[in-house]
Design a protein around this ligand. Structure first.
Ligand code: KG4
Ligand code: ZN
Length: 347
């Protein structure tokens, strides 16, 4: 059975074909709007959905071509229907419903976060990694969400910890903006931190894990960095722009201190999870922030210390993509969990 996956929850237009017999991603195609939003310092919803409307036909066709198939051979269309920007989600969902209705295909609404959780089961070559044991602990960290899950089976998961305010990727992006970088800023912060060997210059505040609940908070960290920059005269609150006191050296120091702080926060959270759920033998890491090699290494080291296996989604499946949606669609189809033509966004 071939599943077509469509993802348009934020600023990407993505499509993928997954083969349920071969248990493999046959194609994964993406149009990223990063350049269109970069100058605004974040995603502009109206620009995102208009661009998706222009691109979706071509991206879906390209995913079919690259997968060596045609729409006739597709059995089921899996499409992200929540959470995300309503206008963007509508583009994917309306497209999927239109094709499903016109060509008599089955349709499955997929939760974007479930996509990120199960992207950790995909390997570089698109095959499914059967070595990941259930149950396991999964962390997803991206621009819109940061959470820890206990994952018991395909499609079976519960939140065991989440952010009380901003997402980790959002903190990277907002702090990068304070440093005068374009959106999205996570990868730039990582590059700058690497240049100064991930040294912790400023010791920003870490979220403490208190009691038997796991939680994250990044808005305090964002404010701490802002006030520190203001104190150094490197940021002007009135114009909301960096000043000429923001030297390259200071940018490197802030970036590196931020990343080390994030590493400490992430490691403390999974340490807590290992203590609360000692029987869980593996940890998996996904979402856009999981592209970060420094964070991957820190988390892997923590897993080794606790005798746990470590798995991370391949970078191409960390950021938003259609393959993770097609993959979730594949096991939902096998579990007979189809949606119907009344499928709507954000429901
Ligand atoms: O999963 P994703 O593509 O979209 C959302 O669902 O939000 O994640 C995008 C986020 C952005 O905040 C971006 O700054 C962050 O992932 N990101 C990184 C890195 N690459 C992307 N954060 C830290 N280090 C990176 N190397
Ligand atoms: Zn995402």
């Amino acid at each position: 059975m071939l599943i077509l996956g469509i993802e348009t929850s934020c600023d990407e237009t993505a499509a993928s074909v997954f083969d349920t017999e071969a248990r493999k991603v046959l194609s994964s195609v993406l149009f990223s709007q990063v350049k269109e939003h970069g100058m605004f310092g974040g995603v502009v919803p109206e620009i995102a959905s208009r661009s998706q409307l222009e691109k979706i036909n071509y991206i879906v066709q390209e995913s079919l071509d690259k997968g060596g198939t045609t729409i006739d051979a597709i059995d089921t269309i899996a499409v992200t229907n929540k959470p995300g920007l309503a206008g963007s989600l509508l583009v994917g969902v309306c497209f999927a419903k239109g094709v499903a209705w016109a060509m008599n295909k089955r349709i499955i609404g997929v939760n974007h976060l479930e996509g990120h959780i199960f992207s950790c089961f995909l390997q570089n070559d698109g095959s499914v990694n059967d070595a990941v044991p259930f149950p396991c602990i999964t962390m997803t960290a991206s621009g819109g969400h940061t959470a820890l899950y206990k994952v018991s089976d395909y499609g079976v998961y519960e939140v065991i910890g989440e952010t009380l305010d901003d997402a980790a990727g959002e903190a990277f992006d907002k702090i990068a903006k304070m440093l005068g970088h374009d959106y999205p800023g996570g990868a730039i912060i990582e590059r700058m931190a690497r240049d100064v060997n991930f040294e912790d210059f400023f010791h920003y505040p870490r979220t403490k894990q208190i009691g038997d609940k796991i939680s994250f908070s990044f808005s305090g960290l964002k404010t701490a960095v802002l006030y520190d920059l203001v104190k150094r005269g490197a940021y002007d609150m009135a114009t909301k722009r960096p000043t000429d006191k923001l030297t390259q050296e200071l940018k490197h120091q802030v970036s590196s201190s931020l990343l080390v702080c994030m590493g400490d926060i992430f490691c403390a959270s999974i340490q807590k999870a290992f203590e609360l759920y000692p029987d869980l033998q593996a940890f998996t890491f996904g979402g856009g922030v999981a592209c970060n090699k420094y964070l991957r290494q820190r988390l892997q080291d923590t897993c080794t210390k606790y005798g746990k296996q470590f798995f991370a989604a391949p970078p191409a499946y960390c950021t938003d993509n259609g393959a993770m949606i097609a993959f979730v669609g594949s096991y939902k189809a096998q579990q007979n969990k189809f949606s119907d033509i009344t499928l709507d966004v954000l429901q």
